[in-house]
Design a protein around this ligand. Sequence first.
Ligand SMILES: Nc1ncnc2c1ncn2[C@@H]1O[C@H](COP(=O)(O)OP(=O)(O)OP(=O)(O)O)[C@@H](O)[C@H]1O
Ligand SMILES: [Mg+2]
Length: 266
Amino acid sequence: MIRNKVLISGTHMSKVFGYGLNKTTAVNDVSFKFHEGEIISIVGESGSGKTTLAKVIMGLLKETNGEIEYKGKPRKLKSHRDRKEYWKDIQAIFQDPFSSFNIFHKVDKLLMDCIKLQGLKLSKDEQFLKMKEACSFVNLKFEELYNKYPFELSGGQMQRLMIARIFMMHPKVLIADEPTSMVDACSRSTILDMLMKLRNENNMTIIFITHDVGLAYYVSDTIYIMEKGKIVESGNAEKVILNPQHKYTQQLISDVPKIHEAWNLG
Ligand SMILES: Nc1ncnc2c1ncn2[C@@H]1O[C@H](COP(=O)(O)OP(=O)(O)OP(=O)(O)O)[C@@H](O)[C@H]1O
Ligand SMILES: [Mg+2]
């Protein structure tokens, strides 16, 4: 049970793309409250609006309606300075790791940028140690990778590199949009464990976006179920998964008949 302070909340958020006949309401009157140190999963089928909602929360897309409060105050993203402050606190890992990196920068530069973004003044040795530590947090070897470009890494290595960057920057909120999509089942659970470690060690709030109800159940405190732009059910993860009230949630869960065995629920 999460009793921490509310860190970020949204009321009546909507996002409409296009006009007239081409209009799509990707997010439709969604409200949420995310607490400090909470892991929240947003679960829904493809096209249900998960990534759009994530981008609105990030401030990468402007909401059509609704308001976001961050740390108890209306979120301001007007000036360059507002946005810089906000993005120091809220960071995202998106579905396609290539979109998160400058592909012309090698691994060491990608990690160095995190040190610079934080404004840390470190000696060469300290920089090296910090980058090494971040890589070992995600089971990567800095010595083997520092001189490589992102396209020379495997999908799984790239996703772990993104988590290493998050580890270095320790934002207050991490939005992880299908961060396990490019890896096999074994690496998937490692990545999920790393996310949980980030929460446990840094009290990070993690918003985890997935199609997979089983994964959501495994990682999260709270689940929001999204269907066609709307949140149809939300609450404590166990409650939502073991006693779903909404028809759509029941259907998502029945698509994973082995959920009980898979997560050793007996
Ligand atoms: N930039 C855009 N312009 C117009 N329509 C868009 C845009 N981005 C998303 N949409 C539409 O909004 C709806 C929700 O898309 P979104 O990417 O948020 O879904 P999703 O739940 O993340 O899906 P997936 O699980 O496949 O990633 C879809 O109908 C999509 O076509
Ligand atoms: Mg998406």
